[in-house]
Design a protein around this ligand. Structure first.
Ligand code: ADP
Ligand code: MG
Length: 246
């Protein structure tokens, strides 16, 4: 059994100009672990996720993915690494003029050099996994927001990521569509995917998260099991935040 963390954030700092937005963030995510991140708007949650695949360049610190420091290496290493870190955002960013299938095969063909047959087969497996195999030939505009988000998840999964980062994946969805996306995420977790999830879906966190991290002002204020953070938060700031969102 490999006990090395899948993802390690070590002494991460991020500045935007004069502003220190992330101050010494340290976090280890074990293989197959779902770490759930909560905190007020502007606390640095998105910036932290984006530093994990260098969509934002960290100012200080290291990001270790499966034992490899992604802060060193060539630009080719960086491209390879980005493929190993799946990311799903609030918006879905599907290509509107391409079918669902094409959306899921494109990066496989271009970035991984898979053959059309290989990419199609993998795409159909992943679309099946998110419950949308029958929509393979539909255009994104023919799908609901929840379905589009599930296609975005399938597209990431088709690249065989080591870890999946979710940044408020259900925030843009109508309430009745949220459940289908959370169900896909829960299924991913049950199949052993390592996940870092920023979301306000506290019920989902209670049921599914291994650990909950509360961020405020660019630091991790406290972390613990969901029952600890939601049931008996230690820090005043955590209590104040939870009483606002409940
Ligand atoms: P959260 O996701 O927790 O709401 P963010 O990570 O989006 O927080 O933002 C944290 C802080 O960093 C905010 O004050 C935001 O204004 C600032 N920030 C984020 N991105 C940039 C940027 N590209 N340039 C300058 N400031 C930024
Ligand atoms: Mg954010």
């Amino acid at each position: 059994m490999n006990n090395r963390p899948m993802l390690e954030i070590v002494s991460l700092q991020k500045r935007f100009g004069e502003n220190l937005i992330l101050r010494d963030i340290n976090l280890k995510v074990a293989r197959g672990e779902l770490v759930f991140i909560i905190g007020p708007s502007g606390s640095g949650k998105s910036t932290m996720l984006r530093c994990c695949n260098r969509l934002e360049e960290p100012s200080e610190g290291d990001i270790i993915l499966d034992g490899r420091n992604i802060m060193s290496g060539t630009s080719r290493d960086l491209d390879q690494m980005r493929l190993k870190v799946g990311m799903v955002f609030q918006g879905f960013h599907l290509y509107p003029h391409m079918s669902v299938l094409k959306n899921v095969t494109l990066a496989q063909r271009k970035a991984l050099g898979r053959s059309a047959d290989e990419a199609n087969a993998r795409a159909m497996d992943m679309l099946d996994r998110v419950g949308l195999a029958e929509k393979a030939n539909a255009m994104p505009s023919e799908l609901s927001g929840g379905q589009q988000q599930r296609v975005a998840i399938a597209r990431s999964l088709a690249l065989d990521p080591l870890v999946m980062l979710f940044d408020e994946p259900t925030s843009a969805l109508d309430p009745e569509l949220v459940g289908s996306v959370l169900a896909v995420m829960k299924d991913l977790k049950s199949k052993g995917m390592t996940m870092l999830v920023v979301s306000h879906e506290m019920e989902f966190a209670r049921e599914t998260a291994d650990r909950v991290v509360f961020m405020d002002g660019g630091v991790i204020v406290e972390e613990g099991a969901p029952e600890e953070i939601f049931g008996a938060p230690k820090a005043d700031r955590t209590r104040a935040f939870l009483s606002r969102v409940r």
